[in-house]
Write a protein that binds this ligand. Structure first.
Ligand SMILES: *Cc1c(COP(=O)(O)O)cnc(C)c1O
Length: 420
């Protein structure tokens, strides 16, 4: 369909799917701070990381210089089952807002797993298979990562063990069942299956769990079982590298229709969809070739960017993982178990709604100023598995807890003492 000469959905041809991931670090003058060994406080070497992560992924993790990584043919073939993902002009939303702004979204929810997580899941599973491993372990919060990974593992014939944050395990039985249908084993975390799970349960009986606890459990199982490695669905450099496919496709589609977005918006949890969406645009910005306004949006209930500290911290509650420098609320911070929460004929994932809200705010500013800006936001997934949250919202019983400064101080008190 063509409206005002701009296609409603700008699909790239299959042959136009980018054939290399883009590593933004290559264009960063100040490189991200390295992962540190929690014991020595020294940067982690590849040798120290390979007992936990797959070898090829360790190389990607530590490479700050190579700008492009060719995407292996097997992964490209898998991508072709659901990519290129649509870049959609949100005409209905523009009309409702009565804004002169043009709003576009890159929709990552139209694969069976329902989110952008599949872009990295298939890559990580592929490298595990290449290495001859038996299987992988991981954590999942809301469940999208676990779903994506179990789908990728089923495709490649790998075993998949998922530790699912207990509150989600109970709130999202359908996600759990999709994972099990793909052959994954799903354990509510914290569990009695691991030493770290037992310890956390002893200290916090009745806890609804957190990603940090689930990570500790998954890492422990990977390290103790020969032929297994741990994989992570966000946060790491390698994940942002794989997710750059989102931004590369968006940029290629925009180039095709002769549009340059003024504002780019992504929701930020661990940062993978945001990092992937903005990668090629940020690259242009860093190289001084173009300028974009880039906005990250996060829930007030888990305010890492807006109220956190930029510091080295553990990535898990059990404090067995490498230290990473990041915006953090402290590894002991456990968010309250509430849920973050119509448009273009799709039901957005609750996470994406943060980005949608920011896009609406920007479009309304354009309405006031009369500016015709081009706004792009990342629509990371569908909300079909999150109907419990929609039900709570519709019934008016959704709770919304914003942590107090005292709540946050407790988390900051546990930051490791590293001067960097
Ligand atoms: C995981 C997820 C997010 C947040 O994770 P990031 O790593 O910040 O992208 C957002 N939306 C959906 C649908 C997700 O599955």
């Amino acid at each position: 369909m063509l409206v005002n000469n701009i296609p409603y959905k700008t699909y790239l041809a299959e042959s136009e799917i980018p054939n290399a991931w883009y590593n933004l670090r290559a264009d960063m003058k100040v490189k991200p701070a390295p992962l540190l060994n929690p014991g020595t406080g020294k940067p982690l070497t590849a040798d120290e990381l390979t007992p936990i992560f797959c070898e090829e992924l360790v190389k990607q993790e530590l490479d700050n210089d190579t700008p492009y990584f060719p995407i292996p043919k097997e992964i490209l073939d898998f991508y072709k089952m659901y990519r290129p993902s649509p870049l959609v002009r949100a005409y209905c939303l523009e009309k409702v807002l009565d804004t002169p702004a043009r709003i576009y979204y890159k929709f990552e929810g139209n694969n069976t797993s329902g989110s952008h997580k599949l872009n990295s899941a298939i890559a990580q599973a592929y490298y595990a298979k290449q290495q001859g491993l038996k299987g992988v372990t991981t954590e999942t919060g809301a469940g999208q990562w676990g779903t994506a990974l179990s789908m990728a593992c089923a495709y490649l014939g790998l075993d998949c063990k998922v530790f699912m944050v207990k509150v989600s395990y109970e709130q999202k039985p359908f996600r759990r069942e999709v994972m099990r249908t793909y052959g994954a084993s799903v354990t509510p975390s914290p569990s009695m299956e691991t030493e770290v799970g037992k310890k956390i349960l002893a200290e916090h009986p009745g806890t609804t769990g957190s990603l940090g606890c689930a990570i500790s459990e998954a890492v422990e199982v990977a390290v103790k079982n020969p032929g297994y490695r741990y994989v992570l669905g966000s946060v790491l450099n390698q994940v942002l590298l794989h997710q750059s496919i989102i931004g590369l496709e968006a940029k290629a589609a925009f180039d095709k229709i002769g549009v340059r977005p003024d504002i780019i918006i992504g929701c930020a949890g661990g940062g993978s969809n945001l990092g992937g969406l903005i990668a090629p645009f940020m690259g242009e910005k860093l190289r001084g070739e173009a300028d974009y306004r880039i906005i990250a949006v996060e829930p007030a209930s888990c305010p890492s960017f807006t109220r956190g500290k930029f510091a080295y911290d553990f990535c898990d509650t059990g404090m067995i993982c490498p230290l990473a420098k990041m915006y953090t609320l402290g590894s002991s911070f456990i968010p309250s178990p509430n849920h973050a929460g119509g448009s273009e004929g799709i039901l957005p994932a609750p996470e994406s709604s943060h980005a949608i809200r920011a896009a609406i705010d920007e479009a309304l500013k354009c309405k006031e100023s009369g500016e015709q800006k081009d706004i792009l936001f990342g629509l990371t997934g569908t909300g079909y598995f999150d109907l419990k949250a929609y039900e709570q919202f519709n019934d008016g019983v959704m709770t919304d807890y914003i942590p107090t400064d005292e709540d946050l101080a407790k988390g900051f008190a546990g930051l490791p003492k590293i001067d960097a």
